[in-house]
Design a protein around this ligand. Structure first.
Ligand SMILES: NC(=O)c1ccc[n+]([C@@H]2O[C@H](COP(=O)([O-])OP(=O)(O)OC[C@H]3O[C@@H](n4cnc5c(N)ncnc54)[C@H](OP(=O)(O)O)[C@@H]3O)[C@@H](O)[C@H]2O)c1
Length: 362
């Protein structure tokens, strides 16, 4: 039987297809995927195909998903880090290109993968790929926090993480804490304990009308750095209100138009896509994103740290997860739940072997 993968099949449609097993080139590794994590981008790209017909043609045929955990089946002749049989996790430019994570097999570069320690499950490891990559780029490249391994001087500034209970938020909090930052976060009050368990020093409720005042008091009006994991016009406005009179920087993880007069000009908003580390330019909605050699090098170095240090020394705590019932077949329903904004403090993960007709042979 040919291996299965979950693909975009046309406007707003996804489904399981069979196809040839991919073959790694000299620089790639072939992974037998065991578990894969769902991200908002998976749902967003399918949504774009439903709403804009030219994008349906553009993305049709691409495999869904960016976060994988699996077993190395074979390695290209010029790869050096992994051996067949290694358990690894990482991220791939799924949805936008053919090699997605919701598949029995994928090929990927070894640079953005790390070995999974024996006592970590494939399901847990499938939660880290995009979130850790995006957190590292946000903090080290856009906000210039010191790298834990390279700069021993702790960074003593405040950083606000909006969306502290999101998959992105729990990763940003942990990596910012590793740099020594004083981390505050916004989340629903039911998730305060969860957000603090990832290291946030103080959490505020974004529903509380006094949140801005409380943050200004707590930071003594000295907040200058923000990672906005839930970027909307409203959250960008709230962030402007929290930032010090000296001005500041905010990384928005999705595009929001902040050019209007309602936004402070001394708050510099920036945006990037983690997929810019891969070698090809890509289109997402109306934007064309160019690859970035600088981000590529930064992230390859971060994944090496993940492999040598963060995962084996248990320095990262995984996001909570819920298993998608029915493996690849259950993804239509898990996409629906994400579209309906029913995710709070956990991530959907699929086990490939839960898919009817798929047997895990290892
Ligand atoms: N630029 C990139 O390369 C890149 C990479 C990865 C992700 N992203 C983007 O980052 C965003 C977050 O992704 P994710 O996987 O972390 O999402 P997620 O875990 O699915 O987000 C769910 C969380 O959003 C929180 N939330 C909802 N409305 C909020 C608000 N108004 N203020 C604060 N928090 C709110 C909820 O918090 P409560 O339940 O506590 O209310 C919930 O825990 C997505 O838009 C994604 O597309 C971008």
């Amino acid at each position: 039987m040919m291996p299965k993968s979950l693909r975009i099949l046309g406007a707003g449609k996804i489904g399981i297809q069979e196809g040839k097993k991919p073959q790694p080139n000299d620089h790639q590794i072939l992974i037998k995927v065991v578990a894969c994590g769902q991200n908002p981008l998976d749902v967003g790209v399918v949504g774009i195909t439903a709403n804009i017909s030219e994008f349906a043609d553009f993305y049709t045929g691409n495999t869904i998903g960016c976060d994988f955990a699996g077993i190395v089946e074979s390695t290209g002749s010029l790869t050096t880090r992994f051996q067949p049989g290694d358990r690894v996790a990482g991220f791939v430019p799924g949805n936008l290109q053919d090699q997605g994570a919701f598949a029995e097999f994928l090929v990927t570069e070894e640079a953005f993968s790390a070995r999974i320690p024996d006592d970590v499950s494939f399901e847990q490891a499938a939660t880290i790929g995009v979130a850790a990559s995006t957190a590292a780029i946000s903090l080290y490249s856009h906000l210039n926090l010191p790298r834990r391994r390279k700069d021993p001087n702790p960074f003593k500034e405040f950083i606000l993480v909006n969306g502290g209970s999101s998959a992105m938020g729990t990763m940003v909090i942990q990596i910012a804490k590793m740099s020594g930052a004083k981390v505050i976060a916004l989340a629903s009050s039911k998730n305060f304990g969860l957000v603090q368990s990832y290291g946030a020093d103080k959490v505020f409720d974004y529903h509380d009308p006094n949140a801005v005042t409380l943050i200004k008091n707590y930071t003594d009006n000295a907040l200058e750095l923000v990672v906005n994991c839930v970027p909307t016009t409203e959250t960008c406005r709230l962030i402007c209100d929290c930032i010090s009179p000296k001005g500041g920087k905010c990384v928005n993880l999705v595009q929001v138009d902040t050019s209007g007069a309602e936004f402070r000009k001394d708050v510099k908003f920036s945006l990037f896509m983690a997929f810019q580390v891969f070698n090809e330019a890509f289109v997402l909605g109306p934007e064309l994103y160019a690859p970035s050699q600088e981000l590529r090098e930064l992230l390859a170095d971060f994944w090496q740290e993940m492999d040598e240090d963060l995962l084996p020394k248990k320095l990262l705590k995984f996001h909570q997860l819920k298993i998608i019932q029915g493996g690849l077949e259950g993804v239509v329903e898990s996409h629906r739940q994400m579209r309906d904004q029913r995710i709070s403090g956990w991530k959907f993960v699929a086990r490939i072997s839960d898919t009817p007709g798929v047997t895990l042979l290892h």
